[in-house]
Design a protein around this ligand. Sequence first.
Ligand code: SIN
Length: 311
Amino acid sequence: MTAVSNSKTDAPPTHPRTNNKRERAGSVTERRTDYGSFTVEPLTPHLGAEVNELDLSAPMEGQQIDAVKQAFADWGVLVFRDQELDREAHKRFGRYFGSLHSHPMNYSRNGDSEVLIVRTTADSAYTAGDGWHTDVTCDAIPPLASALYIKETPECGGGDTLYADMYLAYEMLSEPMKQMLEPLVAVHDGALPYVGAYKSTPPEGGYPRNEHPVITVHPETGRKVLNVNSGFTSHIRGLQPFESRALLDALFKLIATTPRLYCRVEWQPNTLTLWDNRCTQHHAVWDYYPHTRSGERVSVVGDEPPRGVNG
Ligand code: SIN
């Protein structure tokens, strides 16, 4: 019988989940957890952290904002517990990162176009984000971040959000696959989720539809990112339809079937989670029917569209 070993000296396995053995993709041995005026506790070594000792209801000063931005770049997903926020405080926090985004589906809704109501009840036909996606990548400049403030959690549990690390997804690809994907551009179509899944009536002229590189470079960390998502990406430009479908399905399957990519946020009332939309995807799990989960989201837009590896 052949002995089975998991020793580090074994020949390299070929499965992407365990590629690169010694320098295993996404393994980070040291990351900051102390940011001066606050500390963080990691959710996983590669993605997500809970932030301690920060009250977002009070305006922050320059140095503290810089520290939050640093933690955001380091961890991709930041969770702030026990926050008592009114809408203005929520929006003020978002504005530290850029201008607030108006969601394309908000065009027909009354109220504040910068705030997306995220509320699911027993009467809801769908819950926003119940599938792997990156927010609003149909826009020419998609949000760089979203900040979701959940006020009401389902009374019998559930309603967590999963986040997936798109740096790590990129690093899991083989070198030939990385080289093939790097020059490619994909189409991101708002009609896919907003009409196809949510059955909403499009605005005059339709929902936005834009092209973005399949592999992008994060403007702050310089790391490469796998930038297609099953929510919005309809096809890869220039490929035969069957080639595009097969490639996208393979990439979407990597994301949907690789828990190692994930961190999981378990919401409590008055939790705010901020995520970096340029290097993560997320999936809001609707496992709490017929109970209610409710909150509000603001998103932030940057100045530049996603950049590919050749600029
Ligand atoms: C979303 O922004 O896609 C919704 C996320 C959530 O409700 O957890």
